[in-house]
Design a protein around this ligand. Structure first.
Ligand code: ADP
Ligand code: ZN
Length: 604
């Protein structure tokens, strides 16, 4: 052995530098010690076990529940010249036998295995005979009941540690809060110094929340202005909306396919594999889509409906930009979404057991946090990171509120008017009627309930209808008001109102931005970081076409041949010789041999 991790990084992967903490972890594991690695999606966890497996004697075993991904992961490794294989239920008996033979012969650097296989007797005796270089446990949060995706299979994997003394274990996950981390350390019997946690921030993702007017039109404009020809995911709540949105985008010339539980298995599979294999396809999906989507070049994630928690939102938006290139998380929401979500949560709230009630309140709380995020006047990244207990910068400079600071106004008097109007009308009406009363509207409902006789009738002519809606929305977000769960979205006062009504507390509200061009991103090019010239664009397109052709020939996703960053690097560096080609990001020895002659003619 004796090779330096950094040399292997350059020679095999074609990367120049480690990401934060990678090198420490790799050195520790090469030295035979365990590591629990908690890094955000795209942080580079895989390298933390792949590289030590190359540097140590024997085969590295990787336990991963994402069976549908194994094939692509293994193809990607083979492209780098790494000897990799997988064992799961999708293989024939014969293929499995062949892989076991390779393992016995020491012909594998890495072997990916499904969790249920690891605990079979046959597999155990196999690894007892050939000592593994290391064992990596991916998605290790599945082992903890504190995590959000507990799998009993995983508990049995912990027992492997006892069976394989002296073999380092690398356990990795992107989602483990402090409780889950502690639990995992104790389940795995790792010492405290084996824990490596990097921040949760995804600096390359730009967060934007906009008010929904005509959602689909706004989405279309967002895609056209920022992501033409690029891959993205659009989330909607219902199957019907998924279908209609996908059809709408297709009509407008954007290649889009639907994905939800109402489609046949076959359709879902085709759409998912097209998303992985084709350049620039948009998937419109319910939340059923995404678990295990390991596509590095998803350029945007859009939400046309409000997610039910910040956890869900962060996980879904986290599917953008794994490759570290600039990406967008864009959401359009309106007040009605909140009312609807509360109603969904409110179903069956009678006769709850105490445990169910606690769960119910927890969900309410999560929805409030989500709403607070949408209505914040502060940096969105700050709100997110604080929510997850992470340190946050003062202002990130890469979210809508940082880029277009929100103007605020003293909304104390307006808030008092709304609150007392709601109190006077008996806390039985929704935002529409309350606004009518404030504006002195002459509606059937106003007359029927005699609300034109109230002292709050017509006291709000200084703001228009949308102005009052905005005030109400913000008061809900700030928890001065709640939306009655069991019915028609009636607004009710919370205990937090008192100081406002008494004039002891002021209320700062955000000014709604004028309908502006969506300034989500300043770039309009096909790829981030590409020089802004027609020649550069045209060259990038030619390189992309070449890449697609090579990918098709080998039946692998295009990013397995080269990530976008390598193509962008080609456009910027214009290598003319093999030696120059070898310096590109993502070009190691094997890819140099395979692809230099394919791409160099296009660059000359
Ligand atoms: P994770 O498993 O943490 O989600 P991956 O290990 O898949 O992330 O890494 C995400 C992407 O970043 C991959 O394309 C990977 O090749 C790339 N990557 C990882 N480490 C580095 C590095 N040190 N330099 C450049 N790219 C890296
Ligand atoms: Zn910010």
């Amino acid at each position: 052995m004796g090779a330096e991790p950094r040399e292997v990084l350059r020679a095999v992967y074609g990367y120049d530098a480690f990401r934060p903490r990678q090198e420490e972890i790799i050195r520790r594991v090469v030295g035979g010690e365990h590591a629990l690695v908690v890094m955000p999606t795209g942080g580079g966890k895989s390298l933390c076990y792949q590289l030590p497996a190359l540097l140590r004697e024997g085969t590295g075993l990787v336990i991963s529940p994402l069976i549908s991904l194994m094939q692509d992961q293994v193809s990607a490794l083979k492209q780098l010249g790494i000897r990799a294989a997988f064992l799961n239920s999708s293989l024939t008996r014969e293929n499995r036998r062949a892989v076991r033979q390779q393992l016995r012969n020491g012909a594998l650097d890495l072997l990916y295995v499904a969790p249920e296989r690891v605990t079979t007797g046959a597999f155990q005796s196999l690894i007892d005979r050939a000592e593994p270089a290391l064992v990596a446990i991916d998605e290790v949060h599945c082992m903890s009941q504190w995590g959000h995706d507990f799998r009993p299979d995983y508990l049995r994997i912990a027992a492997l540690c006892d069976r394989l003394p002296g073999v380092p274990f690398v356990a990795a996950t992107a989602t483990a809060d402090t409780e889950t981390q502690r639990d995992l350390l104790s389940l795995l019997q790792f010492s405290d110094d084996s824990l490596f946690v990097t921040g949760f921030d995804r600096p390359n993702i730009r967060y934007t929340v906009t008010r929904k007017r005509k959602g689909k039109q706004q989405l279309l404009r967002f895609i056209r202005e920022n992501h033409h020809g690029e891959a993205g995911i659009v989330y909607c709540h219902t199957r019907k909306k998924v279908d209609s949105t996908a059809a709408f985008l297709t009509d407008e010339g954007i290649r889009a396919v639907p994905y939800h539980a109402g489609l046949s298995d076959e359709e879902r599979e085709t759409h998912q594999s097209r998303f992985l294999r084709e350049d620039g396809l948009v998937v419109v999906a319910t939340v059923a889509f995404g678990m295990g989507i390991d596509k590095p070049d998803v350029r945007f994630v859009a939400h046309l409906d409000l997610p039910k928690s910040l956890e869900a939102y962060y996980q879904e938006t986290g599917r953008a930009g794994r490759d570290g290139l600039p990406s967008n998380a864009w959401m359009a929401y309106r007040y009605g979404d909140v009312v609807r979500m509360r109603q969904l949560l409110a179903r069956d709230t009678e006769n709850l057991s105490p445990a169910e009630e606690a769960h119910h309140w927890k969900q309410q709380h999560k929805l409030n946090a989500m709403l607070g995020y949408c209505e914040t006047t502060a940096c969105r990244r700050q709100v997110l990171l604080n929510y997850f207990g992470d340190d946050a910068p003062d202002a990130c400079g890469n979210c809508d509120t940082c880029l277009n600071p929100v103007e605020t106004w003293d909304g104390t008097v307006a808030a008092q008017k709304v609150l007392s109007c709601i109190a006077r009308t008996g806390q039985r009406f929704g935002a529409g009627h309350v606004t009518d009363v404030l504006l002195g509207g002459d509606t059937e409902k106003v007359r029927r309930f005699g609300h034109d006789q109230l002292s709050t009738y017509g006291i709000g002519e200084e703001l228009g209808r949308s102005g009052w809606k905005s005030v109400i929305r913000q008061l809900v977000a700030a928890n001065y008001l709640t939306v009655d769960m069991a019915g028609y979205g009636a607004l009710k006062l919370t205990s937090a109102c008192k100081p406002v009504l008494k004039g002891e507390e002021t209320v700062e509200l955000r000014k709604e931005p004028k309908r502006s061009r969506s300034k989500t991103s300043t770039r309009k090019k096909t790829a981030p970081d590409l020089p802004d010239t027609p020649e550069a664009e045209a060259l990038f397109e030619r390189l992309r076409t070449k890449r697609s052709a090579l990918a098709d020939e080998q039946n692998v996703p295009p990013y397995v041949i080269f990530p976008d960053r390598t193509l962008i690097d080609m456009v910027r560096q214009r290598p003319q010789t093999r030696r120059e080609f070898a310096d590109l990001h993502g070009v190691g020895k094997v890819k140099l041999e395979r692809y230099a002659d394919e791409f160099l003619p296009l660059l000359r």
